[in-house]
Design a protein around this ligand. Structure first.
Ligand code: GLP
Length: 264
């Protein structure tokens, strides 16, 4: 094991998940107050819902102003029809954007530059034809000044964003095939497994690690095995979440259940 592999990830364990949510939300609020044009990286999934709810509360009760904030979502399914209610864009709208004042044009998603005209459908489009859209997303992040803080969840198989096992340290925004466990975890949203998209577009590991700060979260007993592996296994593409240990300002927020299998 080299020095990098033994590097720890700053890990905070909370008795109550709500305290973790509030702690992350408070940090984001402080950033937005200090830098009204802050750039946020956002994740979907069950994990960050409490953070979004708390930020929405702060907008409502404490006039937290997002009008200058720019957001970049981590990932999006491919091959859904435009406006599909299961798309992450719609999910973010319902959970966050409808409740705060982020400007529509400032809420970016990785598929946003991929044309969605009937003459140029996304469904079935070969991977090479997304190269420009992927490159444009990377450029958009850079020209916004880079991501100040990225909120992150961890998949049961160790994915971050949709960077499934096998994703390399240098990977960038690209089209990926989803693993069976990832699709199985999303089956309840799509009615059954067959309806879950097989492809997604995601920021890469390199894109994620360029964020100035990363606040990763994992809650519940179901995340305990992957949390303990993320902290203990060698940093490698076999477990993409281990790359978080290479970041100078990444913190992992856990509840007691998610921390239950961490080796002492
Ligand atoms: C999803 C998303 C990730 C998310 C992860 C964990 O598939 N692509 O961005 O962090 O899986 O999801 P959850 O928070 O629901 O456990």
């Amino acid at each position: 094991m080299n020095a990098l592999e033994s590097r720890p990830l700053r890990t905070l364990v909370f008795d109550d998940r709500g305290d973790a949510d509030r702690s992350v939300a408070r940090e984001i609020a402080e950033l937005v107050r200090a830098k009204p044009t802050a750039v946020l990286g956002l994740a979907t999934g069950n994990t960050p819902v409490g953070v979004y709810a708390e930020l929405a509360r702060m907008h409502r009760d404490e006039a937290l102003d997002f009008s200058g904030v720019v957001t970049f979502n981590l990932d999006e399914y491919l091959d859904l029809s435009p406006g599909d209610p299961r798309a992450f864009r719609r999910w973010m709208q319902a959970r966050f954007f409808d409740h705060v004042n982020v400007r529509c044009e400032n809420a970016r998603f990785p598929e946003c530059d991929a044309a969605r005209a009937p003459s140029d459908p996304i469904a079935g489009r070969p991977i090479e034809r997304f190269a420009d859209a992927c490159e444009r997303y990377e450029r958009a992040i850079r020209s916004a000044g880079g991501i100040d803080v990225l909120i992150l969840g961890i998949g049961r198989n160790g994915h971050i964003g949709f960077n499934e096992p096998g994703s390399t340290r240098g990977s960038r925004t690209r089209i990926v095939e989803l693993e069976a466990t990832t699709r199985a975890d999303a089956a309840h949203v799509f009615g059954d497994l067959e309806n879950v998209p097989r492809r997604a577009i995601t920021m890469g590991i390199a894109t994620i690690l360029e964020s100035r700060a990363i606040r990763a979260m994992a809650f519940g007993r179901i995340k305990a095995p992957i949390v303990s592996r993320t902290l203990a296994e060698p940093i490698s593409p076999a477990l993409p979440a281990t790359f978080l240990r290479e970041h100078a300002d990444a913190t992992l927020y856990l509840d007691r259940d998610a921390a239950a299998e961490i080796a002492r």
